[in-house]
Design a protein around this ligand. Structure first.
Ligand SMILES: C[S@@+](CC[C@H](N)C(=O)[O-])C[C@H]1O[C@@H](n2cnc3c(N)ncnc32)[C@H](O)[C@@H]1O
Length: 260
């Protein structure tokens, strides 16, 4: 018998996970839609499917390592953050790892966002870092939770592809990266070095971590001071600056090209 009551405690429990404090307390988050459910499948602790989901994704339901709960469309809509959920919704353990664990793989390319508040930007940086072959992403203290619905959706599955560290201070992050042998480059429109020049001089071939600032304030003075260099991306037109995720794409791909 499918679960049809939108007032059921199960619905309330899933809904609660839209709050960061509840995710932190329960160490679980909501995974919406077939793509994310497929990525998270081996780790799922709960899986819900409405009639449409049952019909369209039988392979996901069959492969789930947890019980599958059939729910009405209304219940799935009540559980989901998206307005039109796509048939399936799961609950999975949080994915974030600590800095030391993320760096054990000795990554050659890392993206660090300092206090990134916008989940769309954070998710896009994670997706871009994955695409560029980076070995880890760090979101420092004061950043958005990568397990929030908006951020998860913006990663388009990349959240499951590389370690994401959440919450260390900028100072401890830089220290750990340096100990792991990475050169730390801070990005700023007023950076001392021009990205194209670094690339042309062959100075991007080594292991590199890129520091990225917030949309409103850019990197802190502390971040700029801690970095080995500050780097600017040349702006050829009249734009005052780049969006931080776009700047991440330019820098990470410059490194990927130089390193590969
Ligand atoms: C919108 S910008 C920050 C603008 C802020 N008002 C400032 O002056 O730094 C957001 C982030 O994207 C990156 N960024 C944007 N434009 C850049 C450029 N031309 N060169 C290097 N990094 C840039 C930096 O990481 C920056 O902190």
């Amino acid at each position: 018998v499918p679960l049809t009551s939108t007032r059921s405690p199960r619905v309330q429990a899933v809904r609660r996970l839209t709050r960061r404090s509840a995710r932190a307390a329960e160490r679980r988050f909501v995974v919406e839609g077939p793509q994310a459910v497929r990525e998270a499948l081996p780790t799922l602790v709960e899986l819900y499917a409405d009639p449409d989901g049952e019909q369209r994704f039988p392979e996901l339901l069959a492969a789930a390592p947890c019980p599958v709960t059939r729910v009405s469309r209304d219940v799935l809509v009540a559980m989901a953050e998206t307005v039109t959920p796509q048939g399936v919704l799961g609950v999975a353990p949080l994915l974030d790892v600590d800095l030391a664990t993320a760096l054990t793989g000795v990554p050659r390319l890392v993206a660090v966002c300092e206090a990134v508040g916008d989940p769309g930007n954070a998710g896009t940086v994670i997706r871009t870092a994955d695409a560029a072959g980076a070995g880890a992403v760090v979101l420092t203290e004061g950043s958005t939770d990568p397990h929030g619905g908006k951020c998860v959706r913006a990663t388009a599955g990349s959240l499951w592809h590389l370690p994401v560290v959440s919450g260390p201070t900028l100072a401890e992050t830089v220290q750990a990266l340096r100990t792991a042998g990475l050169t730390v480059l801070a990005t700023s429109g007023a950076g001392q070095d021009d990205l194209d020049d670094l690339q042309d001089r062959g100075e991007l071939t080594g292991p590199t971590a890129w520091l990225l600032g917030t949309e409103a304030a850019g990197l802190s003075e502390q971040a700029l001071a801690l970095a080995d260099r500050t780097v600017r991306i040349r702006l050829h037109g009249r734009a005052e600056s780049l969006n931080l995720a776009t700047a991440a794409a330019v820098c990470l791909y410059a490194s990927a090209r130089a390193q590969r």
